[in-house]
Design a protein around this ligand. Structure first.
Ligand SMILES: *[C@@H]1O[C@H](CO)[C@@H](O)[C@H](O)[C@H]1NC(C)=O
Ligand SMILES: *[C@@H]1O[C@H](CO)[C@@H](O)[C@H](O)[C@H]1NC(C)=O
Length: 281
């Protein structure tokens, strides 16, 4: 066998294993909020865009002037030092006067985050300086309790820039309903853990999030009840309902990190560059 062949076989195996994973990152084919519509500019002033090399990668929301909440998987294979956080944006393609741009001074991944099961898929980003609050930049609060099944919520995001997508659209949002975790767990063949939250469209249309909406908030009654985590291969497919991190289960951890700031737990170390499958946003 020539030296190269072993690694090709290994790569193929890796790819095959990846294809068979029952849980996939949010579908890679469609690339924006599914079944949604454009957001009234700056009506969601807490929305954050996390970008790498000038490309929108994930969403997030502003919790405190120096802190953004996002999904842990967004930073799995990324060096946060190369990332930027944009606040006050509507159209990411233009340098809007309302935009404030920050670098990420530290990422705090939840210590129980597990990539294979998506448990505790949440992280905190500490910005290099404080955001200036105003009409286009504002905070979003945390809930004390989980939302009830059937509750009406909205999810927003800038969608992804896939290979076939041109420029990222303006911020989009979709109205969804909370789906009971038992029903959702059956749809996902028993693979969900308790600190998760699911949504469905609530009618026969496909509606929900898609790749690169990850990290963005599910907002119910003006509170961040979920963080976009994962869905099936096809965005908006009711057979694989959208799954979020249940924020109410992480409130204590979040405030603990924020209160202790740089003096608290050590930020997560930079990722090893293993070159795993791309497009896990
Ligand atoms: C924070 O980061 C942004 C983006 O890199 C930069 O423009 C800004 O000057 C930085 N602010 C401070 C206070 O270092
Ligand atoms: C989902 O179902 C599996 C298998 O029945 C079970 O082990 C697991 O605890 C369930 N998860 C939740 C959140 O109920």
């Amino acid at each position: 066998m020539r030296p190269g062949e072993g690694s090709w076989a290994c790569l193929l195996l890796t790819l095959t294993a990846f294809q068979m994973l029952p849980m996939r990152p949010p579908g890679s084919w469609a690339s924006r909020i599914i079944g949604g519509h454009k957001v009234t500019p700056h009506s969601r002033p807490y929305m954050a865009s996390v970008s790498f090399q000038g490309q929108h990668h994930c969403g997030g929301f502003l919790l405190q002037t120096r802190w953004v909440v996002s999904a842990a998987h967004c930073f799995r294979d990324r060096d946060p030092q190369t990332g930027l956080v944009v606040l006050g944006a509507h159209d990411l393609r233009t340098a809007e006067a309302t935009q404030q741009v920050f670098s990420i001074s530290a990422v705090f991944m939840h210590p129980d985050y597990h990539p294979a099961t998506h448990t505790s898929d949440i992280c905190l980003l500490r910005l290099n300086s404080s955001a200036i609050l105003g009409p286009a930049v504002g905070l979003l609060g945390l809930p004390r309790r989980p939302p009830r099944a059937g509750a009406q919520c909205k999810v927003a995001g800038w969608g992804s820039v896939s290979d076939f997508e041109e420029l990222p659209p303006v911020l989009m949002e979709a109205e969804v309903r909370v789906l009971g975790l038992d029903i959702c767990n059956s749809s996902w063949r028993g693979q969900l853990s308790p600190a998760m939250l699911c949504t469905r469209s609530g009618d026969r249309r496909r509606r929900g999030f898609c790749s690169a909406d990850s990290g963005g908030p599910l907002v119910c009654r003006n509170q961040a009840h979920g963080v976009v985590s994962f869905s099936g291969l096809w965005c908006g497919n009711p057979k694989t309902p959208d799954v979020y991190t249940l924020v109410s289960a992480f409130v204590t951890w979040i405030w603990d990190v924020v209160r202790r700031g740089p003096h608290g737990p050590q930020p997560s170390p930079p990722p090893r560059t293993t070159g795993g499958p791309a497009g896990v946003a």
